[in-house]
Design a binder for this molecule. Sequence first.
Ligand SMILES: [Zn+2]
Length: 330
Amino acid sequence: MRQTWGNLQTVQPIVVKMLMNSMKKQRVAHAYLFEGPKGTGKLEMSIHFAKSLFCTEGLQYEPCQQCSNCKRIESGNHPDIFLVTPDGLSIKKQQIQQLQEEFTKTGVESKKKLYIIEHADKMTVNAANSLLKFLEEPHAETVAILLTEQSHQLLNTIISRCQMLTFRPLPRAQLIEKLVEKENIPSLAAVAAQLTNDLGEAEALCHDDWFAQARDLVIKLYETLNTASNQTLLFIHEQWMKHFDDKEKLQIGLDILLLIYKDTLYVQLGEKEKVVFHDQVSLLQHLSLQQSGKRISNAMANILETKKRINANVNTQLLFEQLVLRLQEG
Ligand SMILES: [Zn+2]
């Protein structure tokens, strides 16, 4: 899908409005700080903004995506646009110095230059101080865009020289919509969107066979617990523990299990629109009749308690068996 300001606006309306205004009023700042959680499209926004500033054919600040500037920005080959990313764990002073050297030359093709520093909070103290000097003496037509998930780790003196724009996580309904637009299976998208609000991560889950099987196993466990509880331990030994064979995987299993209990509660409350396992509503409805609200909230509390204890516990299988016995007792 071709990226447009319109598309970006559905996800980050305030940021897009500010950037568009700065272009319309010809008051593009010398330095921006894009801050917000992972997966909120900060780099994507930077690239689109760069294209808008450099595009030679665009209309109404919408980059054409066809001209040589747009194409080279897309492929990361524009001589006047620089992207700095951490070298290993940090961004080093040398990297900022290299950047400064590039900026003492005039732009290869015009006077305009733009640089993006990804994970700007990972700058070493020396790097940050070098950058600070650089920001203090802005060159006429340069634009800096600093990206961070942790703005509180940046020097205040840097923050104060930037226009800060905050990126919000994608609302869940929109995340699901985007996943389905990209042809992911709706029933998987709904669960994935509960586990992460990062579109990329959610998409990876939707493409992961392990995740699809995990969802099926949770439904099966839930059904077995409520219809054939004497077979639950057998099911755990033969299927469950083989699939959730380390702590990290078991945590995901517990997260999904928690969702199905929450769904049962929603069904009881008549709030079907909130149900995540929307293809299982008839099963949920049927099983919700046998369970009191108190039993369901006890189950949820027990699952949360197990999640807490998992990392400290050596024998996860035993811990999980204890949980299952509690879930059976209600
Ligand atoms: Zn263009």
